[in-house]
Design a protein around this ligand. Structure first.
Ligand code: LLP
Length: 382
């Protein structure tokens, strides 16, 4: 629970991070993943706050990065460069160079032209670099269309029907080692059967590649495990079932390592956006609670129509219906329509739950608003 001292002593809006919950989540992941020797890479994009990164790296996890700046920040925060995997459809030359200079573990490659450029830069540096091919398995993750990535027409990954051309290209390039395959089919996946389908598809693809005489050192299954946004009190996702599906359905090959890139499921629940009511505004048919937090602080509702549980921390009065909106000059700057919260008035504290993932990391200074403050549960703010 967020105590009243924290509310009173910090300027809203702010992200509040429950470090105890983050630690418990990390311990649980570690114990479940260790059962099967699975390797976890934290997807930095979900939350790249330096203190959060230091906590996660202290558990010995690797990092999954999608830009050179993420690579630098994760190294500065204690991640071992040799545990960093690097994905993304548009890696710029300077970013590739920085990744090679830091001897990262592996490039997850998304196109033939990218593979050729990595080889060219590695050649100039007289280095040999490890790469994996990101394959688009054509599985519908049945999640929001903006975060579905594994279907055929998505910009991500290489379609499997191009695999021969990709393998031919790699064979000719002397400064690359093909070490593995990479997959990521989407985010906020709540149906565990989709992960089972992914395993079955990976086995098929793996076998076809093996039959060509190519042995792979690693399989990276990506991230995507969803969280229960409706019930933030169910605050640690079911990592036990999740890892056991991969253990059960993914064919095991001796000496091969299995990698996961988890973002949301690690950090979503430990974050809460705390805001204050500026005004209650009534129109003919609506009551608006206007907050001092906006879409620049938390973009998910405006961008994906995402629903986060919203609570009034300052009132026990009867429930009333509000459109809960921010101050930004956009109609999409809304956290929810017709939301029931305890009767609200000016200066009430409002909590927007499960915002530790893709909250602070997607914040901006739109309307020249300040970047959102951050408060940690384990720091005395008084
Ligand atoms: N690996 C790759 C290659 C990815 O693209 C992503 C997320 C992950 C791992 C981590 O996925 P996770 O475990 O967090 O589901 N901003 C959106 C989510 C975008 C996800 C992008 N890729 C949101 O707020 O819902």
């Amino acid at each position: 629970m967020i105590n009243s001292d924290i509310l009173i002593n910090n300027k809203t809006p702010f992200y509040y991070y429950d470090i105890d919950l983050l630690n418990r989540t990390l311990e649980y992941i570690q114990s479940e993943a260790n059962k099967y020797n699975f390797n976890i890479h934290y997807a930095i994009k979900a939350n790249s706050n330096t203190k959060i990164l230091k906590h996660i790296s202290s558990f010995g996890f690797g990092a999954d990065c999608v830009s050179a700046n993420e690579i630098e920040q994760s190294i500065q925060c204690g991640f071992n460069p040799n545990s960093i995997v690097y994905a993304g459809v548009g890696k710029a030359d300077w970013e590739i160079e920085l990744a090679i200079n830091n001897n990262i573990q592996c490039f997850n490659c998304e196109s033939i032209p990218e593979i050729e450029i990595i080889n060219e830069i590695a050649l100039k540096k007289n280095k040999k670099v490890d790469i994996a091919i990101r394959i688009n398995p054509n599985i519908d993750a049945k999640t929001h269309k903006y975060i579905t990535t594994g279907i055929e027409d998505s910009k991500f990954g290489i379609n499997f029907n191009e695999i021969d051309a990709v393998l031919e290209t790699i064979k000719k390039l002397k400064n690359l080692n093909l070490i593995g395959l990479h997959f990521h089919i989407g985010s906020q996946i709540s149906d565990m059967n989709i992960f089972k389908d992914l395993c079955i598809r990976i086995n098929e693809i793996h076998k076809i590649i093996n039959d060509k005489g190519i042995l792979l050192k690693s399989i990276n299954v990506g991230g995507g495990l969803g969280v229960d946004y409706d019930n933030p009190e169910n605050n640690i996702p079911d990592f036990k079932s999740y890892f056991s599906i991969f253990n059960q359905y993914l064919n095991k090959v001796k000496g091969q390592s299995i990698h996961f890139e988890l973002g949301r499921s690690i950090v979503a629940n430990c974050g809460t956006l705390i805001s204050k009511v500026l005004y209650i505004k009534e129109s003919a048919n609506k009551k608006f609670a206007i907050l001092d937090a906006g879409m620049n602080d938390l973009l998910r509702p405006a961008l994906y129509n995402a629903k986060h549980k919203i609570l009034n921390l300052s009132s026990k009065d009867k429930l009333e219906k509000y459109d809960i909106v921010g101050p930004v000059c956009e109609s999409s700057d809304s956290f929810g329509k017709d939301i029931m919260i305890n009767k609200a008035s000016r200066n009430n504290y409002i909590a927007i739950k499960s915002t530790g993932a893709y909250g602070e990391s997607m914040a901006s200074r739109y309307n020249l608003r300040n970047l959102t403050n951050v408060v940690f549960s384990d720091v005395n703010h008084i």
